[in-house]
Ligand binder design. Structure first.
Ligand code: HEC
Ligand code: HEC
Length: 237
């Protein structure tokens, strides 16, 4: 049995003949047994270098950039994102609970090992240093740091961290240096209960999703846009 990687010509022919999904399936490791929960839990034992290689082989880099910095407003930046959060989301795309026409077919063929390796690879990359003056409106900054007691809105900083870097231990995602269009779309999706299909009780598969639905529901459209635009920049405090 040859252990050599297929040549480029073979890959191109395979893509043309059998299509994208089949190729991705062919490259992916065989999926681990049903019920394996490595994607949903605490500390991840992943291999950064294998994750880097898989991100190129599986064409993740085409949309998310070679080091996870997206150049397209609708496609999220993954660089510097919390690893446990990334793994959980890939798992949720794989089981078709998080809805996305772009991500569901790709995630379907990922093995647990791919998910762990891709998650630690992207988490280890530098988030982009977005340049230019801060566009953080004072009201949005106040909401981020202090919430709004009267309306029952908890401070975003409490869960996402003062600098928006997220919290690895609890898998709360980083928000800083994220594409504003993507952030606004997610807040709207939580508010409208569209981010997840609701086919299963998410529980520990997406801890905090209920809190996010409740929070996003209380935000006005203007607040969502102001917060999203504020969070496109790195936060220094
Ligand atoms: C065709 C473009 C495309 C490709 C290829 C692609 N993605 Fe995505 N990815 C997206 C889009 C679009 C979203 C946002 C989906 C949404 O709006 O909910 C996304 C979301 C994600 C998220 C969730 C981010 C978050 O902050 O919640 C992760 C993780 C992710 N992709 C990882 C990957 C990995 C790993 C691969 C390769 C195996 C990959 N993507 C390939 C377009 C792509
Ligand atoms: C009680 C804790 C908590 C609070 C308060 C909170 N969040 Fe979240 N947020 C989370 C968790 C946990 C997730 C991931 C949930 C999931 O798995 O879907 C999340 C997800 C998000 C996402 C999606 C990230 C992505 O990459 O797709 C955005 C955007 C977001 N929160 C913005 C905010 C903003 C803005 C505020 C304040 C107005 C806020 N959050 C308040 C815990 C919180």
């Amino acid at each position: 049995m040859s252990s050599r990687a297929p040549s480029l010509t073979v890959v191109v022919v395979v893509v043309v003949v059998v299509g994208w999904t089949t190729l991705v399936e062919a490259i992916a490791q065989p999926p681990a047994a049903e019920g394996a929960e490595s994607a949903a839990i605490g500390q991840l034992a992943g291999d950064i270098e294998r994750g880097r290689a898989r991100s190129a082989e599986l064409y993740c880099s085409v949309c998310h950039g070679p080091v996870g910095v997206s150049e397209t407003p609708e496609w999220p930046t993954l660089a510097g994102q919390v690893s446990t959060y990334l793994a959980r989301q890939l798992h949720l795309f794989r089981v078709r609970e998080r809805a996305s026409p772009e991500m569901e077919p790709i995630a379907a063929s990922l093995s647990d090992r791919d998910i762990a390796d891709l998650a630690v690879f992207y988490a280890a990359q530098q988030p982009p240093a977005v340049s230019g003056a801060s566009s953080c409106a004072p009201a949005a900054d106040r909401l981020y740091r202090h919430g709004d007691k009267a309306r029952g809105i908890e401070p975003c900083a409490e869960c996402h961290g003062p600098t928006g870097a997220g919290r690895d231990a609890d898998g709360q995602p980083a928000l800083r240096a994220q594409q504003a269009i993507y952030t606004a779309k997610q807040l709207e999706a939580y508010a409208a209960q569209r981010r997840y299909r609701g086919q299963r009780d998410l529980g520990q598969e997406a801890p905090g999703a209920d809190a996010m639905r409740a929070t996003a529901h209380k935000l006005t459209r203007e607040e969502i846009e102001a917060l999203a635009s504020c969070l496109q920049r790195p936060r220094d405090r």
